[in-house]
Design a protein around this ligand. Structure first.
Ligand code: UT7
Length: 322
């Protein structure tokens, strides 16, 4: 029996209307535009208004992905949402988005893998499609980190933004050349204390703010992402020169540049949005994919490598032929 391939047929995204520049943050915080730019590459971030919840933004991104694929709600039989900032503990954000889209059948669930959530979601969707469990899957990353930041902590609050991105994936029985080629996901709970949210429903006495040891996370990111991209290429007997585009998780320009160099890619083969979006966690890769597909950089036939590392630690990579 041959297994269907998971092809990305549509990409969509949503960014809140409100833009907050580095200069605006520097008015209330002991920081500066030049520090943020030089250390991270970030110049601004989008911050959600009250109505722009994780569900609202995720549903908007999903609608745009379905439109791009020329598909309606009846084509969707599974929704996987990567988020660590859901509106409610339950129902899952995926089920809320299912309701918002008017999808009335199939299944929907959330994945919690912090900034690696989209790679995890894609990996699960691909495995379920190959197994024949579903044929039209929305994988959505939607995050509202502005609600879990300590806005007095300059070491973290300048780094993140809000937004959502989505892909619509169809099972493809005929064209084995296109689609998700492989995914590789990892976790190592020994490093849970270098990037986490302090408390939640079970620990309401805690601050419920994001805490990060930036230097340690940086160190792990460079090493583990290098391993994840090497693993993706080796598993498929491919080399650096086969890659058309790197679409990395957008945490820090310096990490992204290090990965591009390691892969011997020209700077114009690396999709960058961190300058305008900051770090939108699980939403950052589909947001960047949407930008590069819509502006015509990523074309049918191109080989795209995605990679991410986040709290957990969790990390992973995927190779996709568009
Ligand atoms: O998406 C999940 C994965 N996350 C990441 O991959 C993030 C990885 N880490 C990073 O991107 C970087 O470590 C940061 C951008 C978070 C920090 O950059 P850094 O070059 O590692 O700076 P640092 O933390 O070593 O801090 C250097 C200095 C410190 O001052 P002292 O101790 O040298 O006097 C900080 O207090 O910069 C200070 N600092 C700031 N100064 C102005 C920290 N934040 C700020 C700020 N404005 N916003």
């Amino acid at each position: 029996m041959t297994h269907p391939r998971s092809t990305i047929d549509g990409v969509g995204s949503y960014l809140p209307g409100r833009i907050v520049t580095n200069a605006e943050l520097a008015m209330t915080l002991d920081t500066s535009d030049s520090w943020i730019r030089e250390r991270t590459g970030i110049t601004q971030r989008h911050i959600a208004a009250a109505h722009e919840t994780a569900t609202f933004m995720g549903a908007e991104a999903a609608r745009r992905a379905l439109d791009a694929a020329g598909a309606g709600p009846d084509a969707v039989d599974a929704i996987i949402v990567a988020t660590t900032t859901p509106d409610q503990a339950f129902p899952a954000t995926a089920v809320a988005i299912q309701g918002a889209l008017g999808v009335t059948s199939g299944f929907a669930f959330d994945v919690s893998a912090a900034c690696s959530g989209f790679v995890y979601g894609l990996s699960i969707a691909d495995a379920m499609i190959r197994a024949g469990q579903c044929r039209g899957v929305l994988v959505i990353g939607t995050e509202i980190y502005s609600r879990i930041l300590d806005w007095q902590d300059r070491g973290t609050c300048v780094l993140f933004g809000d937004g959502a991105g989505a892909v619509f994936i169809r099972a493809n029985d005929h064209n084995a050349d296109r689609g998700v080629i492989s995914t590789h996901i990892h976790a190592d709970g020994r490093y849970g204390d270098i990037l986490y949210v302090d408390g939640a429903t079970g620990q309401t006495d805690k601050s419920q703010h994001l805490v990060m040891n930036g230097r340690e996370v940086f160190r792990h990111a460079v090493a583990k992402l290098a391993g994840a991209v090497d693993e993706a290429l080796a598993a498929n007997h491919l080399t650096h020169s086969d890659i058309d585009w790197l679409v990395p998780h957008q945490a820090n320009r310096r990490i992204i540049d290090a990965m591009g160099k390691r892969l011997n890619l020209r700077p114009d083969q690396v999709v960058i949005t961190v300058d305008r979006h900051a770090n939108t966690s699980a939403a950052s890769i589909p947001l960047a994919l949407d930008e590069a597909v819509r502006d015509g950089r990523i074309k049918p036939g191109h080989l795209v490598l995605i990679e991410a590392l986040g709290g957990g630690l969790t990390w992973g990579s995927a190779l996709i032929r568009f």
